[in-house]
Design a protein around this ligand. Structure first.
Ligand code: MD3
Ligand code: FE
Length: 200
């Protein structure tokens, strides 16, 4: 793996992960997880989602897009907490703030198919991901869906930065390894992805 992919294993120690979970809990009380559905078919995702920041990524029968409000509560997304913003400023190498932090929740059996993150205007900014809870099997390919892929385990506290030539690579989550972390009281995995959406 190369070209703008930066893997930072154990970026957060256990105490820092616990702080993140506490801070996220407050955010999620205001912006609860909901179950997105696929465009056109309306088939539900197995991953539940929420967002933080000025813009949140949503999917419904009408399509994928970024919007300022929670699709079920109608409320603006909570602000991205300072501890999360700090990660972006330290690792992104990008001189503007992210507007979006997608929060993905994987319970037992949840997965995410191979896709590209291409709903943003600014691909010069990386995507920064923070993993919490159970370990996931992450799959990454090239810029064509048919290309070969490889896997990487993402464990609690790991940070992944996907920039440069890696920004538009196909990727997904094959599965989550139940019971591999004690961080989340109810088990499962939470992933945060920070993104710059608009051109600065
Ligand atoms: C590689 N989430 O929300 S994060 C997503 O663990 C998403 O929930 C996964 O893919 C998750 O879109 C993977 C790691 C990640 C994020 C963005 C990327 C990998 C990436 C962008 C380009 C290439
Ligand atoms: Fe993605």
């Amino acid at each position: 793996m190369s070209n703008g992919l930066k893997y930072l294993p154990s970026y957060f120690d256990r105490a820092a992960q616990e702080t993140l979970v506490a801070v996220l809990g407050e955010c999620l009380a205001k912006a609860p997880f909901y179950t997105p559905v696929m465009p056109r078919s309306g088939r539900p995702f197995t991953v539940r989602m929420s967002n933080l920041g000025q813009l949140g990524w949503v999917s419904d029968r009408a399509g994928y897009r970024y919007q300022a409000r929670h699709p079920e509560t109608g409320e603006p997304w909570p602000a991205i907490p300072a501890v999360v913003m700090e990660v972006w400023s330290k690792v992104s190498g990008y001189p503007h703030e992210p507007e979006a932090c997608l929060v993905n929740h994987y319970r037992e059996g949840a997965k995410m198919g191979l896709h590209r993150d291409e709903d943003e205007e600014d691909f010069s900014a990386p995507v920064v991901s923070i993993s919490l809870g159970d370990t996931a099997i992450f799959r990454i390919g090239g810029t064509e869906r048919s290309g070969k892929t490889e896997t990487l385990k993402l464990a609690s506290g790991d940070v992944l930065v996907m920039g440069g030539a890696s920004r538009l690579r196909y990727h997904g989550i094959d599965r989550v390894l139940t019971g591999t972390s004690t961080l989340l009281r109810e088990g499962g995995r939470i992933n945060l992805t920070l993104r710059r959406v608009k051109r600065p």
